[in-house]
Design a protein around this ligand. Structure first.
Ligand SMILES: O=P(O)(O)OC[C@H]1O[C@@H](O)[C@H](O)[C@@H](O)[C@@H]1O
Length: 323
């Protein structure tokens, strides 16, 4: 189906639902959701939530204004999905890299964020909650890069909080291992006036300091380039603590609750790296912070045939005075 046919099909299937608009942003199709609690914008490419704003609050997610909305090119901002590897493939654990042909030139953060997902349903659960289901199906022979039959299902619930549930299923006959991340970009008023709580005393791998393992002392503040993997599994915790992103500039906080994950990536490129990133203006680092619900590092997932694994995230904005 070409773009016009896809649009026509989506419009006839979902266009009649109250509060739903099917939109075209240059080459990419998006679904705009607006209900009595919040509004959101979700792209079919990558199953990517690009915007989320609960009414009465500022925007929770950061989205680059330099995005070019081209097919096959991931959008910077919102919540891209990294799968089946994280960052550069070569930096993933051997159980993952061994599955790939060394000659291939794999895209950073896997290929799920670059490809078109299918919109399966939109359900207005109530006047304040809208649920979208998307899927991305891979046949074993579909790509040389990933010869494993697999299915990704993403449920997005837009309401007074934003909820994502990513289910990965091995639909084939061979086991496989993957890393994944809900690579969330949070919007902040001023990065130098933010703090993150919930990571205190947690051990992390400092990707900018020879992968040294360090321990978080007190609340996290960002004042230089930061690229860390907090490895909660080392503390043998079943669930992650709720992370709170405190934004003093906007007098807002975001509560981040994850499950199915034992690792959290925290990333801000800061001034120098910002100049080398695509779809990123030189001073954008001041308005964003990535806090990523992940299965990375030693927290990778291995699925036997017919097994599934869930990765869940709930994001709730609150005024800072609610603490
Ligand atoms: O530019 P990309 O491919 O979206 O990646 C952005 C960043 O994503 C973060 O998750 C990684 O920890 C960083 O190392 C990386 O630079």
């Amino acid at each position: 189906m070409n773009l016009a046919q896809q649009l026509q099909h989506l419009y006839s299937e979902f266009g009649h639902i109250e509060g739903i608009h099917i939109e075209l942003h240059k080459e990419l199709i998006a679904v705009a959701v607006n209900n009595s609690a919040a509004k959101a914008l979700i792209f079919l490419q990558g199953g990517q939530v690009a915007e989320y704003q609960a009414h009465g609050h500022s925007k929770t997610l950061w989205l680059s204004s330099s995005n070019r909305y081209q097919q096959g090119q991931p959008l910077r901002g919102g919540i891209p999905i990294s799968w089946p590897w994280f960052g550069q493939l070569a930096q993933n654990p051997k159980a993952i890299t061994a599955q790939f042909d060394a000659a291939a030139q794999p895209p950073a953060h896997g290929f799920a964020r670059n490809n078109l997902w299918q919109l399966d349903s939109i359900t207005p659960v109530s006047s304040s909650q809208t649920q979208l289901k998307l899927s991305y199906e891979l046949a074993a022979e579909q790509q040389a890069l990933w010869p494993y039959a697999s299915r990704l299902e993403l449920t997005i619930t837009v309401g007074e909080q934003l909820e994502l549930n990513l289910v990965v299923t091995n639909t084939g006959s061979k086991p496989f291992s993957y890393s994944s991340a809900l690579h969330s970009y949070y919007a902040v008023g001023d990065i130098s006036r933010c703090q993150v709580s919930g990571l205190e005393e947690q051990r992390y791998i400092d990707k900018l300091d020879n992968e040294q393992v360090k321990t978080q002392q007190g609340l996290l503040s960002i004042s230089s380039e930061t690229d860390r993997i907090y490895q909660h599994s080392r503390l043998q915790q079943k669930e992650l603590p709720t992370i709170r992103l405190i934004d003093k500039e906007q007098q807002q906080q975001t509560l981040i609750h994850s499950s199915g994950s034992h690792s959290t990536v925290v990333w801000n490129p800061w001034r120098n790296k910002a100049q080398h990133l695509n779809n990123f203006a030189d001073d954008d680092y001041q308005q964003m912070l990535c806090i990523e619900t992940a299965n990375v590092g030693e927290d990778i997932v291995t699925l036997a045939p017919r097994q599934s694994r869930q990765l869940q995230l709930a994001i709730k904005p609150q005024p800072l005075s609610a603490t």
